[in-house]
Design a protein around this ligand. Structure first.
Ligand SMILES: O=P(O)(O)OC[C@H]1O[C@@H](O)[C@H](O)[C@@H](O)[C@@H]1O
Length: 299
């Protein structure tokens, strides 16, 4: 527990050791920008342009972060990894890394603006991550919470197809203390059943392993009865909502483990191959966005 009575994240000791302000520091061997302000805390990794941590003042963390990341330059589990320019396995080449190349790419901070109630950060890759596709990331903190927008521009001469996700690891008090609202009645593909298609009857049960891609373009409400918090997960330009928790499959996964599987659920704004792959003509762009907003808790 920290001074606000909130649960600590894996990087909390580092955050607590720093003064208010903005700092370039190292977390577990990864270069990060730590922003500590009266409005809250934000930790951004330059490796992967990944928001690792966000906590508005006097709140529990919004995002979960592993305490045992793979060594640099591996993919960091937690926060909001960028899956791009493909989500899950590459459709044609199994040798390519799952979830693409953005989450392990080198990024730089182009612009930072801090305000009384939040701020804005613009990031770009240090070098092109994929032929003919330019990428940039905007992170915005305001009174309404956190928004992350990933913009892809087709700077080539041919049309390009991509899939992508903002793979949010949302911190929770416990899996059996939450409800996930807004997906009822929607069609989904179940990765645990060879991508068979179903319609969701009732609400999502995330107390056990779950790996589903919903054909769903709306927002989701994550109600945490343990923390008495409602978190709205909004999005733009996304027709797929992915819900993932590894359940018992986390056993032996070094950067999760069975002790942590109860501490998060992933609800991801995505464009997936089975629902809404994106085709960008030459000169076109798409801005995939996810937003996290704390709303009044209603039992
Ligand atoms: O271990 P990774 O590559 O970060 O992926 C984690 C999970 O990410 C989810 O988005 C996928 O639906 C899962 O199938 C996958 O296991």
């Amino acid at each position: 527990m920290n001074e606000w009575g909130a649960v600590s994240i894996a990087g909390q000791a580092l955050i607590d050791s720093m003064d208010h302000g903005c700092h370039d520091v190292e977390w577990q061997g990864f270069p990060v920008r730590l922003i500590k302000q009266p409005w809250g805390e934000l930790l951004i990794s330059l490796h992967g342009a990944q928001v690792l941590h966000f906590r508005p003042a006097n709140e529990h963390p919004v995002l979960w972060l592993t305490a045992q990341p793979k060594s640099f330059p591996g993919a960091i589990r937690g926060g909001v990894p960028l899956c791009w320019p493909w989500f899950a396995d590459h459709p044609a080449d199994a040798a390519l890394p799952a979830h693409g190349v953005a989450r392990t790419g080198k990024w730089r901070l182009e612009h930072e603006q801090i305000t009384e109630s939040g701020g804005c950060w613009l990031m770009t890759p240090e070098a092109s991550l994929w032929p003919d596709l330019a990428l940039s990331l905007r992170i915005t903190v305001g009174q309404n919470g956190l928004a992350i927008s990933l913009t892809t521009d087709n700077v080539g001469l041919q049309a390009a197809t991509l899939t992508q996700a903002l793979h949010s690891y949302l911190a929770i008090s416990a899996r059996n203390s939450i409800s996930i609202e807004g997906l009822e009645g929607y069609a989904y593909f179940d990765k645990l059943q060879a991508m068979a298609q179903f319609n969701l009857e009732g609400s999502v049960d995330a107390t056990q392993e779950i790996d589903r891609v919903f054909n769903h373009a709306e927002s989701v409400l994550l109600v945490d009865h343990g923390w008495q918090r409602s978190l709205r997960i909004g999005k733009r330009y996304s027709g797929s909502t992915v819900v993932w928790n590894p359940g018992v499959s986390a056993k032996g996964v070094v950067d999760i483990g069975l002790d942590q599987v109860d501490a998060f659920v992933c609800i991801e704004a995505a464009n997936t191959g089975c629902v809404d792959p994106v085709v960008l003509l030459s000169g076109e762009s798409i801005c995939l966005e996810t937003q996290f907003t704390i709303e009044p808790y209603v039992k």
